[in-house]
Design a protein around this ligand. Structure first.
Ligand SMILES: Nc1ncnc2c1ncn2[C@@H]1O[C@H](COP(=O)(O)OP(=O)(O)O)[C@@H](O)[C@H]1O
Ligand SMILES: [Mg+2]
Length: 280
């Protein structure tokens, strides 16, 4: 039984249908990455999987029951969502925001436990924000804020974690940090991860399972990155002519956009011997 899936869902907002009859399974214990062009419905799908958005038709199923049938705290103990754009309450400190991730675990009378304390400290250490604890969230850089939100999602300690573009705003080394952290959570802590990523090469490196959406919220392909990420797929889904080569570091597919004709024959400054790259 798959823990989390969307079955024949129609998703949208007032007056706008984003996806129709969409079915997506999140394989248990996978690191699933969702890719697709801007506005194709990735965030909408993630919101539906997290019960933030109710499907207009069809169902999202969590642990064998319709997700709509759970109490909200129960959903929040099973899955966490890092939204693409999250706004913190004004004047809140980093420590307090991360602590809010513990809400689903709190009981009525026993408000704050040692477990909560440990979970918050661990989440902040993993995302490298412990030093920021007393700072106001409003005053952080985009990259720092992104890691604080990730810490809050981690503090929730859910077996399933949904991350919408967790690497936005981050410089390349912090992007790698976050993706490595996700990979560790997946490999060593048995978390099921679902992330929306824009960088296809990062997606191919880290995903165990890739879901490629095309415009209109239609699944173009699913499966291991090595099977899904082909030149045909990239052309089909993004309208981009490219080559797909093995990543020299990992052997996973690496997408290299083709050079348009008008650029051919131009000398490339600093390309070793400075020769024209025309004709390879
Ligand atoms: N709250 C909303 N109300 C109305 N339309 C929305 C809302 N959120 C997203 N949309 C629209 O739904 C479509 C899919 O958006 P989204 O799921 O955010 O795309 P993606 O994450 O793939 O970039 C877009 O056309 C977007 O403009
Ligand atoms: Mg989005």
């Amino acid at each position: 039984m798959t823990r989390l899936l969307a079955r024949d869902v129609t998703l949208g907002y007032e007056g706008r249908t984003v996806a129709r009859d969409l079915s997506v399974e999140i394989p248990d214990d996978s690191f699933t990455v969702i890719v697709g062009p801007n506005a194709c419905g990735k965030s909408t799908l993630l919101a539906a999987l997290a019960r933030v958005l109710a499907p207009q038709a069809g169902a999202v199923v969590l642990d064998g029951a319709e997700i709509a049938s759970y109490r909200s705290k129960e959903v929040a103990r099973r899955l966490g969502l890092l939204p693409q754009t999250a706004t913190a309450p004004g004047g809140i400190t980093v420590g307090d925001l991360v602590a809010r991730g513990r809400y689903p675990h709190q009981q009525l009378l026993k408000q704050w436990s040692d477990d909560d304390e440990v979970a918050v400290a661990e989440a902040m250490a993993l995302t490298n924000v412990s030093d920021l604890a007393p700072r106001l969230v409003d005053e952080l850089s985009g990259g720092q804020r992104q890691r604080v939100w990730l810490a809050m999602a981690l503090a929730q300690e859910t077996p399933i974690l949904l991350l919408d573009e967790p690497t936005t705003y981050l410089d390349i080394s912090h992007q790698v940090d976050v993706l490595e952290l996700c990979a560790r959570l997946h490999a060593h802590h048995g978390r099921t991860l679902v992330a929306v990523l824009h960088d296809l090469n990062q997606a191919a490196r880290y995903a165990s399972h890739l879901v490629a959406l095309r415009r209109g919220g239609v699944v173009a392909a699913t499966g291991p990155p090595g099977e899904v990420l082909t030149e045909e797929l990239v052309t089909d889904v993004y309208g981009l002519a490219c080559r797909v080569l093995p990543d020299p570091e990992t052997g996973t597919p690496m997408v290299v956009p083709r050079r348009p004709d008008w650029m051919a024959g131009r000398a490339v400054e600093g390309a070793g011997d400075g020769r024209s790259v025309a004709g390879g």
